[in-house]
Design a protein. Structure first.
Length: 232
């Protein structure tokens, strides 16, 4: 089978699955209101079928992230409510990281390799910057939850950043937000909307962490300019 044919089949399959999920109404279950309305039924199911529930939750989270379906935030809350803050954060982190990895690999295979080959000369300077500071850029973006999660997955795949770097920066970068959302989920009865979770103080904390992650990039820039001045 030719490579282009295989890519077309993969792309068609992904689009078909997204369309089916959309028109069957499954995505409508990933809402805050639906979680609130069914929380007791879900908790009872988890109590009676804990390991099956963890596996199901894990698979659903991977599916939602890998297909870029809205609802990851609600699933994170559900993880905290159903499994507790720490276990829920672990399940969220693994599910989101694996889902992101799938998106990364698919997009790199379908489009990333072609872009890098087609615009190799034009992207040389950009790729050099990514090779030097790519992990800090990714970690910074992951630490700020206001950036679209799926967009970071796609854009990263179009660069030369290694897959292993993408995976560990994703896992480490989303850990604070995972803990915040699962803790909020454990207090679900006291939350009236998703807006109650990301308060200004929490957002400021995320920004501070992102700034710390970005310090090495700033330092490298300052050092590079200093070396250039010494040369001249």
């Amino acid at each position: 089978m030719k490579i282009n044919t295989l890519k077309a089949i993969i792309l068609f399959t992904i689009v078909l699955v997204i369309i089916i999920l959309k028109y069957t109404g499954i995505t409508e279950y990933f809402t805050f209101e639906d979680l609130k309305n069914n929380k007791e039924h879900l908790r009872n199911f988890v109590k009676q079928n804990y390991f099956e529930s963890v596996l199901l939750y894990f698979c659903v989270y991977i599916l939602v992230v890998s297909l870029s379906i809205p609802g990851a935030a609600v699933l994170s809350l559900a993880g905290g409510y159903l499994f507790g803050t720490i276990p829920g954060a672990v399940y969220v982190n693994f599910g989101a990281t694996i889902g992101s990895g799938i998106v990364f690999l698919l997009c790199r295979y379908l489009l990333g390799e072609w872009i890098q080959e087609r615009y190799k000369d034009k992207l040389a300077r950009f790729n050099d910057e990514i090779n030097k500071n790519g992990q800090n850029y990714l970690l910074t973006l992951r630490l700020i939850p206001v950036f679209p999660f799926f967009l970071i997955n796609i854009l990263a795949s179009l660069t030369t950043v290694p897959f292993t770097t993408f995976i560990w920066t994703t896992s480490a970068g989303i850990l604070p937000a995972s803990l915040v959302y699962t803790f909020a989920g454990s207090q679900l009865n006291n939350i009236s909307s998703l807006r109650d979770i990301l308060s200004p103080k929490i957002l400021l904390s995320f920004l501070l962490l992102a700034f710390i992650a970005f310090i090495p990039v700033i330092w490298n820039k300052i050092k590079y300019r200093g070396n250039r001045k010494n040369v001249y």
